[in-house]
Design a protein around this ligand. Structure first.
Ligand code: HQG
Length: 187
């Protein structure tokens, strides 16, 4: 399968499994799992097979999806807007975490902190280059560095998704430090 097709299917699965399963009449269970046979049957815009799904899951650049042990079910590892329970457990985060965003959000973030917006959590990364590409999805990328040690001391809780995205409920502005643009240029 070529890259274009793989990306198209990955985007489709993200949309269905994170946001709008009802758009094809699919229901996810409480933990976000979809029955694969049902997903295939209800995908009518193009032809989807189990082997295609397995290929997309295995080769996905961010490991966005997981298959159940017997490959009868699939779910997204993170990024949902739907109310589902991923059963995440609290984890000790690395000393430094980054959040990539766009320049036009900076003033609002500095005033209100990082909010989860439509998703379950604020998404954070251990790596600056990943944060940079996350930010670039929204415009000119800008990176915030988090004072995670101070947050832990103040009782904030962090989770890590199965595909290594760090998550938390909110990040008040006082824990955020803007990484200077000159530094961004040397990722
Ligand atoms: C911003 C992708 C104004 C926030 C990525 C972000 C990630 C504020 C945008 C995952 C704000 C929300 C999530 C405030 C936050 N004022 N703007 N107070 N607080 N924002 O897409 O983190 O490819 O929901 O900075 O790689 O960009 O889909 O979140 O710019 O891991 O697998 O509001 O999605 O993964 O945007 O991305 P998003 P995100 P996938």
């Amino acid at each position: 399968m070529d890259n274009k097709n793989t990306t198209k299917i990955s985007k489709y699965l993200s949309y269905i499994l994170r946001h709008q399963p009802q758009s094809i009449g699919l229901t996810l269970d409480k933990k976000g799992w979809a029955n694969i046979d049902e997903l295939i049957a209800k995908t009518t815009d193009f032809s989807l097979s189990l082997s295609t799904i397995q290929y997309v899951v295995e080769t996905n650049d961010k490991q966005r999806f997981a298959l159940s042990e017997n490959a009868t079910k699939i779910r997204a590892n993170q990024g949902h807007s739907l109310e589902i329970d991923l059963a995440l457990t609290a984890q000790q985060p690395p000393a430094v975490l980054y959040h990539g965003t766009a320049k036009h959000f900076v003033v609002s973030i500095q005033e209100h902190g990082l909010k989860k917006q439509n998703r379950h959590h604020v998404h954070l990364s251990q790596h600056k280059d990943v944060a940079n590409s996350v930010g670039a999805r929204h415009g000119k990328p800008i990176i915030f560095k988090l004072r995670t040690a101070a947050m832990i001391q103040d009782g904030f809780i962090f989770y890590q998704s199965d595909n290594n995205v760090w998550l938390t409920d909110l990040v008040p502005a006082k824990y955020l430090q803007l990484v200077e643009e000159e530094q961004n240029g040397h990722l």
